[in-house]
Design a protein around this ligand. Structure first.
Ligand SMILES: N[C@@H](CCC(=O)N[C@@H](CS)C(=O)NCC(=O)O)C(=O)O
Length: 208
């Protein structure tokens, strides 16, 4: 079986989610660096892989997949890991993935981009995003009061998707101290076999 190829950029949270899921599932992968600053993601060659002109993209043979949540669910199905055990657990995994991109991801990624200077916005825009991030973090903290992982007894790709948001809270200058159940859960995710931080899972250049 030939290796899958992940296309992305090491600073990208959604690319990290795909790379982290592969690492936690014990799958090595080839990597193609997409230079967003040079506009490589809007060139015909890349648009043939990802019509949305975004990273990540995952190639598995002739199959080209986009959208980190969809990639996570594909990997869970393909390898029979981290997808939930019962129809209800599988539905809950999807539920968390749809929720996190709606309520959590952008509200952490955008203030992070503002703080890192990738996005220009005034203070009120930053405050709007971080207020919405706080609302979502409260929901997450309440759910995680039960301990364990988001769905069922074991970690699933729902944990990967949500971890790939909250991992950037520090860079967004969002304090996680008011959400102790979230930080305790992050520590559990970080102990999973194969876990790597984003700088360690995503190469900075192409890798075979
Ligand atoms: N919902 C998408 C979001 C992907 C996304 O926002 N990617 C960013 C990099 S982190 C990107 O490609 N931005 C360039 C653009 O949208 O033009 C996913 O989860 O894969």
């Amino acid at each position: 079986m030939s290796k899958m190829t992940l296309h992305g950029i090491w600073l990208s949270g959604p690319t990290y989610k795909a790379g982290l899921a592969l690492a936690l599932m014990g799958q090595s992968f080839a990597y193609k660096h997409v230079d967003l600053r040079a506009g490589a993601h809007k060139q015909p060659g890349f648009l043939a892989i990802n019509r949305y002109g975004q990273v990540p993209a995952l190639e598995d043979g002739d199959l080209k997949l986009n959208q980190s949540g969809s990639i996570l669910l594909y990997l869970a199905d393909k390898f029979g890991k981290m997808g939930g055990k019962t129809p209800e657990e599988k539905a809950r995994v999807r539920e968390w993935i749809f929720w996190e991109y709606d309520r959590l991801a952008s509200n952490i990624y955008r203030p992070r981009a503002i703080k890192r200077g990738f996005l220009q916005a005034d203070d009120s825009v930053y405050a709007m995003y971080t207020k919405m991030a706080g609302d979502a973090l409260k929901v997450l903290d309440t759910e995680l009061a039960k301990g364990g992982f988001l769905v069922g007894a074991e970690a699933t790709v729902a944990d990967v998707a949500v971890y790939g948001d909250v991992a950037y809270a520090g860079e967004a200058a969002i304090d996680l101290a008011p959400y102790p159940n979230v930080t305790a859960w992050m520590a559990r995710v970080e102990k999973l076999p194969g876990f790597k931080k984003y700088e360690d899972v995503l190469p900075k250049q192409d890798a075979a």
